[in-house]
Design a protein around this ligand. Structure first.
Ligand SMILES: Nc1ncnc2c1ncn2[C@@H]1O[C@H](COP(=O)(O)OP(=O)(O)OP(=O)(O)O)[C@@H](O)[C@H]1O
Ligand SMILES: [Mg+2]
Length: 336
């Protein structure tokens, strides 16, 4: 076991523990050290880190390394919550609680009893969701929808987000009282570009695993191919690296990966330039071209599209980041 559990398929072995992680880079090694300490406690843990840095996987590894390992790990995507289903999803409902409630259903808190409840994308949680989670964690009890008795659940909370929590707190998008409740220990997963010492090992392990999974016999990379990977900034972190290597292995016919098999996504600027759109206009450089529309209205539209791009087209998050309601965003996107 090398310490990196790429299996080339994107489906890791869910039994891994913190012993399967290692790092030669200080920031990651510190994060892992703190994670090991945290795993031995029952404190709520908050994991911060850019997209694709491995937050979800770390959360599961902490659970698997904790005294709760034999009990369930229940993951829950906070941004996928709709306010109408909130109570039922979090706390469950009794038979007949509403039309269509044909049987009693356990909510996430109850499902995770004695185990770990993982609240992914926590910064995306709606104000109603935040208030409900706060109540449940503060008092350790909740009611099933349509139920008459208070339920208790013994869960350890792990939360994660790739969003800038400090800014969300400052802008009152996230409740401070909830923040203090969920962040007994805060772990910061460094982006891949801050792990230069680990990069070669991660690459080699990913290649070996992808080669095995695809029934290939690839032994490594040419020097130029390795340089391309080592110089790339990896904005999508480990997830992106795994995808790039998976593709490189798939299209390589010999036993060495050559540079032309390394398909790195063009930057937004390059894609736009290829489109014939000047990169200076909406691509995020901030510079304006001579022929750009200089009106405030046009600037606003450019900004909205940049933010939309940042959140990969997710309008709910875009509206939130812009401080607009969803309907105002829709209106602005429609050009009214
Ligand atoms: N320690 C690791 N070693 C090797 N690969 C890893 C590691 N951690 C994560 N990965 C790879 O990165 C991918 C993304 O991991 P994960 O889903 O945990 O990231 P994330 O930080 O939760 O991302 P997001 O913010 O998008 O939810 C995984 O599918 C896996 O392929
Ligand atoms: Mg995740």
């Amino acid at each position: 076991m090398t310490g990196y559990w790429f299996n080339g398929t994107g489906h890791p072995d869910w039994r891994y523990t913190l012993d399967d992680f290692k790092s030669d880079d200080e920031s990651m090694a510190n994060c892992l050290g703190l994670a090991r300490l945290a795993a031995r406690t029952d404190l709520p843990i908050l994991i911060l880190g850019e997209t694709g840095t491995g937050k979800t996987m770390l959360a599961r590894a902490i659970h698997n390394s904790s005294r709760r390992a034999a009990a369930p790990f229940v993951a829950f995507n906070s941004s996928a919550l709709s306010d109408t289903l909130l109570d039922s999803q979090l706390f469950g409902h009794e038979k007949g609680a509403f039309t269509g409630a044909i049987r009693r259903v356990k909510g996430k808190f109850e499902q995770a009893d004695k185990g770990t409840l993982f609240l992914d994308e926590i910064a995306d949680m709606s104000p109603a969701g935040q208030a409900k989670i706060l109540r449940a964690v503060e008092y350790g009890e909740f009611e099933r929808l349509g139920g008459e008795t208070l339920q208790e659940a013994d869960v350890r909370l792990i939360s994660a987000t790739h969003l800038p929590m400090a800014r969300y707190l400052a802008a009152d998008h996230f409740r401070k009282d909830l923040f203090y409740r969920i962040s007994g220990i805060t772990l910061r997963l460094p982006p891949l570009c801050e792990r230069p010492r680990d990069l070669r090992t991660i690459m080699a392990t990913a290649i070996a695993a992808a080669s095995r999974a695809q029934d290939k016999s690839i032994v490594g990379l040419s020097r130029e191919a390795a340089d391309r990977l080592l110089e790339y900034p990896w904005p999508g972190n480990l997830r992106q690296l795994q995808r790039v290597i998976h593709t490189a292995v798939a299209i390589t016919e010999g036993d060495i990966i050559e540079p032309d098999a390394i398909l790195l996504e063009a930057s937004v600027e390059e894609v736009r330039a290829g489109d014939g759109t000047p990169p200076s206009s909406a691509a995020g450089t901030g510079a304006l071209a001579d022929d750009d529309d200089l009106s405030l209205r046009a600037a606003e539209a450019r900004h909205i599209h940049q933010v939309l791009e940042r959140f990969r087209g997710n309008k709910r998050r875009t509206a939130r980041a812009l401080g607009l309601s969803r309907s105002t965003l829709d209106r602005k996107l429609a050009g009214h």
